[in-house]
Design a protein around this ligand. Sequence first.
Ligand code: AMP
Length: 384
Amino acid sequence: MPQGHVVCSGLVERIGEEMGRIIHKYDRDNEEKEIIIDEKIADHQEGLNLVADLLSHHEYGVITDVNEVKLVGHRIVHGGDRFHCVTRINKEVKEAIEELSNLAPLHNPANLTGIKTAEQVFPKATQVGVFDTAFHQSIPEVAFRYALPEKFYKENGIRLYGFHGTSHRYVSQKAAEFLGQDPKKTQLITLHLGNGASMTAIKNGRSIDTSLGMTTISGLVMGTRIGDIDPGVLIYMQEILGYNWKDVKRILNKESGLLGLSGDNDLRNISDRYLEGDERAILALSIYVYRIKKYIGAYIAAIGKVDAIVFTAGVGENSSLISELVCNNLEHLGISIDKEINNRRNGSERDLSDAKASIRTLVIPTNEELEIARQAFTLISEEK
Ligand code: AMP
C-alpha cells in the first residue's frame, strides 16, 4: 500500500473437515505462482498459523518475518447501528461485535475468532474492522424502519441494516470513475449478484436503500435463500403445516431460492438447463430476473434520475444471460444494451449500453479485499 499491488493472496478451505486445503498465490519476478497444500486444518487458529508460515516461507514467502505485517483488515458482517466507518479494533469494539452476534449468529462469532487469532499470529499488527453494514448507515429512517410496533425498533433494534456494503461502496466509486463523474454527484443502482445477492440505491454516492434487511434473507432470489416473501406464509407454515421455527429457518436459508425452484443453486448449471429448454430452470431464472426488474423500478422511483445500473460479483460479472434477461424490455426506462458487447465477456470494467440508452449499464468487477485494505490504510494514515 498505497499502490494496492497484490504480492500474495490465498484461501483456506474446509477448516475442521477431514481434509483441508490452502491455496497460496504469490508474486515471483512479476509472475503469479500458486501452490496448493492439502492437509487437515483443525481450526481457524491453525489455518491462520499456516498462512503466516507461508507468508514468511523461504521459498514461497513474500516477507521474511510475520512481524513485518503492520495492518490486518477484517471484514465484519454486522456492525448494527454502532459502526458507520472503518474502525480500529480494541477491547470495546470486540465486545460490541460480540453483543451484535444475536443479529448475525453465523457471521459475527466467526469474525471475532478471526480477530483474536490474527492478534496472536501477527502481534505487531494493528487490527482494523470494515463493517458490511457501514455503507448502509446513510439509509434514511423512512427506508430502514419496518412497520412493526415501535418498541421492536426502539428496544430490540429491529430495522433494515443492509449487507454487502463493502462491495456496493467499491463498485459505486469505480463506476463513478468509469463515467468520469464525481462519486458525490453520481446516482446508481448497484447489483451485487453472487451466491448471496443484493441491490442498492445510491444517491449522490450514498446508500439510500438496499434489498437485504435486518438479516441476510430478504430481497432478491438467491442461491439457496428465499428473498422477499409474504410474512404470513411463515405463520401459515408453522400454524397450519406444523413446521417449527428451526425448520422454517433452514428452509428459508438453505433450501429455497434457485435451489428450491430448480433443484440446483449454481447459476452456471441452471443457465445451461435454461438454454436447453428445461422448464424448471426457465421458471427459476424468470422469477430471479423478474425480482431484479421490480427492484430496478422501485429504486428508479426512490432515486430520481439514475446515471447507471452496475452489475458485479460472480453472476453479475460473468453471466451475459442474466444481464440480457434483466435489461430486456426496459427501453422505456432508458435501459438498453448492445447484445454483441454483452456477449463479449472479459474480466475488466465495461459499458454494455447501446446508443439509445439514457441509463448506462456497466459491469464493474468487485474487489472487497482491496476496498478493505484501502479503508484500513487510510484510517491508519489519517491517525498518524
Ligand atoms: P460469488 O458469491 O460472487 O463468488 O458468486 C458465486 C456464483 O457466481 C456461483 O454460485 C455461480 O452461480 C455464479 N457464476 C460464476 N461464474 C458464472 C458464469 N460464468 N455464469 C453464470 N454464473 C456464474
